[in-house]
Design a protein around this ligand. Structure first.
Ligand code: ZN
Length: 203
């Protein structure tokens, strides 16, 4: 199983990090070892003093596909979830400044939180999906997939021109504005509409 992540897919988040607006989706990967095991706490790694939460809508690929046409992309996934793309922002900034790959900052153990999967029918229009992240009960990120630069089906089509998608692969579709540092003893809860999708403790 591979994890494919989309960067810079929401304008306000691009602005908060002062990044350039991309002309095509930014793609990076996380290894399967990055998945935070279910019911496990997230431990801030020693190598970072600035780990950020990035809440993102997830889709799970259900069959093999390559060069998928956008019109048929919806046939390649049935389940949707919410997750966190944990990012060691200090390390990422150093790597970015040198033009080096980001993997160490985004692919470390536990850096991929995957919430409970739900059938996509439960949510109605996936291009108008409201989601949010609460930190210790306070809303810190609020997004809606209608604000994505590239929608879910466009992303699947684009990604599949480079990488064959396989059953069980997960796509992180990018984070809205409001990313920020996590601290030990924080509790992060994620919601799609009114459904709680994950609840994790930071150590
Ligand atoms: Zn992200």
């Amino acid at each position: 199983m591979k994890i494919i992540c989309i960067g810079r897919n929401y304008t306000e988040h691009i602005e908060e990090l002062e990044n350039e607006k991309p002309s095509s989706p930014v793609i990076f990967m996380k290894p399967d070892s990055a998945v935070l095991p279910k019911q496990q706490d997230f431990y801030i790694p020693e190598f970072s003093k600035d780990v950020h939460h990035e809440v993102e809508v997830l889709v799970k690929i259900k069959k093999v596909g390559k060069h998928i046409n956008e019109r048929f992309a919806h046939k390649y996934y049935d389940e949707v979830s919410l997750g966190i793309d944990f990012t060691a922002r200090d390390l990422q900034s150093q790597l970015k400044a040198k033009g080096l790959p980001w993997e160490k900052a985004k692919g470390f153990d536990g850096a991929a939180v995957i919430g409970k999967w739900h059938p996509k029918e439960e949510f109605g229009d996936l291009d108008n999906l409201d989601f949010r992240l609460l930190r210790n009960g306070d809303p810190v990120q609020h997004g809606n997939t209608s604000l994505m630069l590239w929608k879910i089906d466009e992303l699947i089509a684009y990604v599949s021109t480079f990488f064959t998608l396989k059953k069980g692969d997960v796509i992180f579709t990018g984070t809205p504005a409001g990313v920020g540092r996590v601290q030990a003893e924080d509790r992060l809860t994620g919601y799609i509409q009114e459904k709680q999708i994950f609840d994790i403790n930071i150590k």
